[in-house]
Ligand binder design. Structure first.
Ligand SMILES: [Zn+2]
Length: 369
């Protein structure tokens, strides 16, 4: 062992480290802090051996100690692994400690987006190596672990009666769309269903005439959450009650007249979709189907299997049909433009007669343009 070479090799690491980091590392070594295992190793120039912070051996003198982020770095600087604490042992404590430390870190930083690069930097590992170690220990990636922590917190919050939005923020989700895209498969259903429509947001609604009979429009503060058709207002109100059983529902013709008017104009093809704000819940899959439907031009039609192909899940034809059948906002999401491959109308949540009328209106308008 050549100590002159050692000190040169150790220099870059020491030069890069701030005083605080060096000192906190040294404090961890003095404390034999097992939580620091896996974050760095310390090497002792007088013995030529490197250890993990929790090594039970006698503490060396500070001036003989240098720090390395990884065992490999200590070894390329000429140090040998300590046989007592085995900083490199794969199945042993150090890795488990590191994985535990990563878990702890993730749990404490749930409200921040996790990247492997960031975790890698935090734990002195290459992103690839960190992910592999983590997955070998727990069977899931750090990202999946973060998601499962959020879901767990989220589920508890929902059960204790929080609104979806509040539970979402408290469980560390930064936006609704992220929540829905990530939890749909894991909860087995979308969050609003999980609470059986228990969102307590006040909903205002109005009933108005339309070319398809009576139409109901319901809206939260953010946008329209329901557009439905029926023969009578009683029927419409029943539908709304079934869809939002726990919401405070208030009849409000005056405020919603303008929105209702815009939906009727949209139905006739003379109002841009963008002028109709929506506030709807969707699973990741529904979201993809519904966005695709919204991209279709007025008067255009597709088959269920066209849609499945377009969203790159060609075998999901039945799921596409289900997504169409559960569309909460007629017209705004034009599920009426989806037909069977043989040209049959297929299904429509508000009745085939209305679907036929809509398609006629669109065809006439598109043909006349
Ligand atoms: Zn040791």
């Amino acid at each position: 062992m050549n100590s002159a070479i050692l000190s040169i090799e150790a220099l870059p690491e020491m030069a890069n480290a701030t005083t605080t980091t060096r000192d906190s590392r040294w404090e961890s070594v003095l404390a034999r802090d097992s939580a620091s295992d896996g974050k760095f190793v310390f090497a002792v120039s007088s013995t030529g051996i490197y250890c993990r912070p929790s090594c039970p051996s006698k503490r060396p003198r500070r001036e003989n100690v240098s720090f390395f982020r990884r065992p490999q770095e200590a070894e390329s600087a000429g140090f040998r692994e300590c046989l007592r604490c085995r900083p490199k042992v794969i199945a042993g404590n150090p890795r488990q400690q590191m994985v535990k430390a990563i878990c702890r870190y993730i749990e404490q930083h749930l409200d921040e987006p996790h990247t492997l690069a960031k975790l890698g930097a935090e734990f002195g590992q290459s992103p690839f190596h960190l992910q592999r170690t983590f997955k070998a220990a727990l069977g899931i990636t750090p990202k999946e672990y973060a998601n499962s922590c959020r879901i767990r917190g989220f589920r508890q919050k929902l059960k204790s009666g929080h609104s979806v939005t509040r539970a979402m923020h408290e469980a560390g989700y930064s936006s609704t769309s992220r929540l829905y895209s990530r939890t749909a498969s894991e909860l087995g259903m979308e969050p609003s269903n999980y609470r059986r429509g228990a969102i307590a947001a006040p909903i205002r609604y109005t009933c108005a005439d339309s070319p398809l009979g009576r139409m109901l429009i319901a809206a939260t503060e953010k946008g329209i959450c329901s557009i439905q058709f029926a023969d009578s207002d009683e029927e419409l109100e029943l539908c709304l009650r079934q869809e939002f059983p726990f919401a405070v529902r208030r009849h409000d013709d005056a405020d919603l007249a303008d929105l209702a008017q815009r939906v009727v104009l949209r139905l006739r093809g003379s109002e841009p979709a963008a002028s109709i704000p929506l506030d709807i819940r969707a699973t990741a899959f529904q979201r993809r189907v519904w966005s695709y439907l919204q991209s279709l031009a007025f008067g255009d039609t597709r088959s269920y299997s066209d849609v499945a192909k377009a969203i790159r899940q060609p075998s999901a034809v039945r799921a596409v049909a289900r997504a169409c059948a559960t569309n909460p906002v007629a017209i705004a999401i034009p599920c009426h433009r989806i037909l069977r491959s043989n040209g049959d109308l297929g299904g429509y949540r508000w009745g085939l007669k209305r679907k036929g009328t809509l398609l006629q209106i669109e065809a006439a308008k598109a043909g006349g343009d």
